[in-house]
Every structure is written in C-alpha cells, then in structure tokens.
Design a protein around this ligand. Structure first.
Ligand code: 1HE
Length: 268
C-alpha cells in the first residue's frame, strides 16, 4: 500500500488496496448502520483528498453489515445539541468530502445494499457509479425527522431523479427500490447477486483506463455541468487537448490503427 494511504490510519473506514490500484474503502460502523458521525466525515475528507495523489486508480465504496449508510448520525446530532453555525460547519465538511469524491478524478463505485437513506443517499450520489442489489432501498427521511438535507442532496439527488421526485421523497418519505429505483436514476445497475462483486468487476475495468483519461471523466464532466454551455464547450476542448494527446494514449491508438485493438461490438 502506498505510504500516503497507509498513513491515513482510519478508524471508521477499512481500506484494502488491490494490485491494479483498486482501493476498497469499506464504511465500518455496522453496529450504527454506518451512520455518518463527524469523525467519519473527516476520515472521508482525508481519504478522498489523498487517493487521487497516491496512484489509486479506482475506489469501491462498500459497507460492512446489511446497510450501506443510515445518513447523519442522529444520536450524535441529538447529543451535541449543535448551534446553527456549528451544524453549518458540519455540513461544509460533508460538502468538502463529497466534492473531493465527485471532482477528485478517481472513479468511485458505490456498492449499495440495505438502507441508502438521508445522508447515505447524499454520499452515494457523489459516487460516479451506483450499484444496487435486491436489498437496496433509497429514501430521504429528513422530512419525517424534522430535518433537511445538508450533504448535497438538493444538488446531486435532484440531479439524479429530478426536483419533483426529490420533493415527493422528502414530503412523504417515499421509498424507492428495485427496478423502479434504476428507472428513475438512483442507480445505474441492479444486480441479482452481490452489488459488491459487480462493483469490483467495474472498478477493475475502469482501473485499466489511463489515469489521465479517468481524471477527465471523473472531474471534468461534473465541473462542466456547473458551467454555461459556451464555457463548458471551451473547457471540453481544453481538456480534450490535454487528454487526447497524452503520450500514454499513443500505444492504444496504434493498436487501433494496426487492427490489434478490440472493436466495439454489441453485447451478448
Ligand atoms: C443510528 C442511525 C443514525 C441507525 N444515526 N445511529 N436517516 C435516518 O433517518 C435513518 C435512521 N435509521 C433507521 O431508520 C434504521 O436504523 C435503519 C433502517 C438504517 C436500520 O434499521 P435496523 O432495524 O437494522 O437498526 P436499528 O435497530 O434502527 O439501529 C441499530 C443501531 O444503529 C442503533 O444503535 P444502538 O446503539 O441502539 O444499537 C441505532 O441507534 C443506530 N443507528 N441509524 C445514529 N442515522 C447532513 S444532513 C443529513 C440528514 C440526514 O441524514 S437525516 C438521517 C436520515
């Protein structure tokens, strides 16, 4: 394991680095259904800050126990009895972690199971690929708890499912699961077996791409969504100028030119 990753020494997220640079990061508070306390969010800030510079080529975000993540640690929140300013700063740290995740340039693939609710859905929505299994369900119970989303749902969940569905989820506590969750955009894959196995398969596939290409895919697209179409087109040209002329791509282009590279074919 690269020294920078080993040095992280996280208590609530277990790390395992595989040979091809796929890092398995497992939320590891199953007794608390992986609820996000302030300490875990700080660990995520450090992890997603470090991984892009440590040669990590893809991250599988997994969870111990039956549930991916129960969202904000409500017990801690109750105990701390935070002021508005305190909780604003907590939310800013969630944004720091999730922005580093979404914009960091390393593919993050979330292996979802059980509850993906509240802040757990905010976390999942910052991943680049979400995989659900038969046990996975999505909800925003903040409305029922007397709370509001604070970890980016108004941006990312609304982006995935649309404003109207997000408002309905919050007003009524509506739960989405199975094929319907896929159909509305909460996840891109629904597996019959384990979402973790599928996440590993996709992570290994993504890790075989050139890192600079993945950097562009996993940061430029998100940045460009925040720009005007005019600015995004300009930025796209600049990014493509750098990525599409990288020396490491020449081998792949040569393989296509001399007909040794795989062709794109329909599946099955
Ligand atoms: C927790 C949390 C939590 C469980 N904070 N401790 N999120 C929610 O409203 C979800 C709240 N949680 C639940 O609805 C359920 O716990 C689950 C559906 C996730 C799991 O149910 P279950 O029956 O497996 O577990 P449980 O018996 O409810 O909980 C087991 C333990 O996990 C228990 O602790 P224990 O010490 O009594 O054993 C629970 O207290 C603990 N636990 N969920 C703290 N969320 C930036 S703003 C974001 C806004 C939000 O995310 S609001 C939160 C939405």
């Amino acid at each position: 394991m690269p020294a920078d990753i080993a040095r992280l020494d996280l208590a609530n997220i277990a790390l395992e680095l595989q040979q091809d640079g796929v890092l398995v990061a497992t939320l590891n508070r199953p007794a608390k259904r992986n609820a996000l306390d302030a300490a875990t969010v700080e660990e995520m800030v450090r992890l997603f800050d470090t991984a892009p510079r440590a040669g990590v080529r893809a991250i599988v975000l997994a969870a111990a126990g039956d549930h991916f993540c129960a969202g904000l640690d409500l017990v801690e929140h109750h105990r701390e009895d935070r002021s508005p300013a305190d909780f604003m700063h907590i939310c800013l740290r969630w944004h720091e972690a999730f922005n580093k995740m979404e914009y960091g340039g390393v593919p993050v693939i979330a292996a979802l199971k059980g509850a993906v609710v509240g802040g757990g859905l905010e976390l999942a929505s910052a991943a680049h690929i979400r995989i659900a299994d038969a046990t996975t369900y999505f909800a925003l119970p903040e409305g029922q708890r007397g709370l509001f989303t604070g970890g980016g749902a108004t941006i990312r969940v609304a982006d995935l499912v649309g404003k109207a569905r997000m408002i309905d989820m919050m007003l009524t506590g509506r739960v989405y699961q199975g094929q319907e969750a896929i159909d509305i955009g909460l996840a891109q894959y629904l597996t019959e077996g384990s979402s973790f196995d599928k996440a590993m398969e996709l992570a290994h596939r993504a890790a075989a791409n050139l890192p600079l290409t993945n950097f562009a895919i996993c940061s430029a697209i998100s940045h460009m969504q925040n720009m005007s179409a005019l600015d995004a087109a300009y930025a796209e040209a600049v990014v493509a100028g750098v990525v599409n002329t990288q020396p490491a791509a020449r081998e792949r282009l040569e393989a296509f030119a001399n007909k040794t590279a795989a062709r794109v074919r329909p599946q099955g």
